[in-house]
Design a protein around this ligand. Structure first.
Ligand code: HEM
Length: 397
């Protein structure tokens, strides 16, 4: 391939898949902005996920805590660590984040989904991101980290600001946007600090209280580790699930037959969602940094290089998914990679699947058809992909 591909230009954001197909033909190369290395074949991405000694998660920390930001609890959370530091934290939070959390949340999520769907007007164009895809996961995250679900626009802004750190290329001059992001970090810390202080005085039957009380072999989470984990939940759990819901809606608009099929058989919703997660993974790339020179397919990536593991490209790799560019919910033996792989495998995957299933159940109970009411506007990020605006009309018949 001649010249570097720029993954952030609008044409690529609107549809990155032809570019990914091109990248899979030179599967170990550098892209713009920033000159990051990318791996795009399924086998290479999985091998890198399985090898944290060489593909270190401190790469995540490196790109989410640039010098202009200085302080970012998300970057200091376990997602920016390797074993054994990561193992200690993951063991502690696993205790508080196990199956009982889902059981405790299920009826709340069903309630949120029903109320949100009831508010969507029938036969009138709405921005579906605002009307459905955002409020559902935002209400769930609010519940998890002890914030008022009614304030969800506030923490959507925090999550947007925190995820946009990676779209500011290294070496960019100081700008008002940077000052805004620094202010967001402070504001988020202030709100979350109040929740933590409150739960220490008045414990509740909730995740924050469970995290404060979590103990493994006499160890517990420090105040800073609790704050870092709350930032991680906000960033990891909000934008991702919003995009899963919006991608699901787009597929339903493009394939009205699937709406009928799922309405007739709700048990197929999880299978449908698995294919949405392959076809349009909300997380398109996960960052690592190499701890040694490493050779892949005859190309040497030097030690200390940021490397993006491109799940968006790996999920369309023909060698793993025949007819990969086609949406087909009847695929057998799905080995998609939307939630990563290995020691950092997404802690919230069962929760995200549950939210999306209950959300779609509520939508398909009330509506029989969805049509597009105008062009979508895409976000601008190296790592997560989804629309920021999605005009849709929902029809009862
Ligand atoms: C469709 C929705 C979601 C997608 C596509 C997604 C994707 C991912 C991916 C790819 C990773 C791996 C990161 C790595 O390897 O460095 C990850 C990690 C993580 N996710 Fe998710 N996620 C989703 C929803 C959620 C939710 C709802 C939560 C919790 C509220 C959550 C919490 C986490 C946490 C805590 C980690 C870090 C795990 C670790 O470092 O050990 N995620 N997620």
């Amino acid at each position: 391939m001649s010249g570097r591909v720029n993954l952030l230009v609008p044409e690529v954001r609107a549809n990155p898949y032809p570019t990914y197909a091109e990248l899979r033909r030179s599967p170990v190369c550098q892209v713009d902005p920033g000159g990051y290395w990318v791996l795009t074949r399924h086998d290479d991405v999985v091998a890198a996920f399985k090898n944290p000694a060489v593909f270190s998660n401190t790469g995540m920390r490196m790109v989410t805590k640039p010098a202009w930001l200085g302080h970012n609890p998300f970057a200091d959370s376990m997602i920016g660590m390797d074993p054994p530091n990561h193992t200690r934290l993951r063991t502690l939070v696993n205790r508080a984040f196990g199956p009982p959390v889902l059981a405790r949340l299920e009826s709340r999520i069903r309630g949120f989904a029903g109320a949100i769907v009831d508010r969507i007007p029938e036969g009138t164009a709405v921005d579906f991101v605002d009307a459905f895809c955002l409020p559902l996961p935002a209400s769930v995250i609010g519940e998890l980290i002890g914030l008022d679900p009614a304030q969800h626009h506030l923490y959507k802004r925090w999550a947007d600001d925190l995820t946009s750190i990676t779209s500011i290329p290294p070496g960019t001059a100081e700008s008002p946007r940077m000052a805004e992001i620094r202010a967001t970090v402070k504001e988020t810390e202030h709100f979350m600090g109040r929740v933590l202080a409150n739960r220490r005085v008045e414990p509740r039957d909730d995740l924050v209280t469970d995290l404060i009380n979590a103990r493994v072999d006499g160890e517990q989470l420090s105040d800073a580790e609790l704050m870092n984990f709350m930032f991680l939940l906000l960033v990891a759990g909000l934008e991702t699930t919003i995009h899963l819901l919006s991608h699901a809606m787009r597929v339903l608009m493009e394939h009205p037959d699937l709406v009928e099929r799922l309405r007739a058989n709700r048990a197929q919703i999880p299978r449908f969602l698995e294919e949405v997660l392959r076809y349009e993974p909300p997380v398109q790339a996960i960052m690592r940094v190499t701890t040694a020179d490493t050779e892949i397919r005859g190309v040497t990536i030097p030690k200390g290089s940021p490397v993006a593991l491109m799940m968006g490209a790996a999920n369309r790799d023909e060698t793993h998914f025949p007819d990969a560019e086609t949406f087909n919910m009847d695929r057998e033996g799905m080995n998609n990679l939307p939630f990563g792989h290995g020691v950092h495998f997404c802690l919230g995957a069962p929760l995200a699947r549950l939210e999306a299933k209950l959300g779609l159940e509520a939508l398909l109970t009330r509506f029989a058809r969805f049509t597009s009411a105008g062009p979508m506007e895409w976000n601008r990020s190296m790592t997560v992909r989804g629309p920021v605006k999605m005009p849709v009309v929902a029809h009862a018949k």
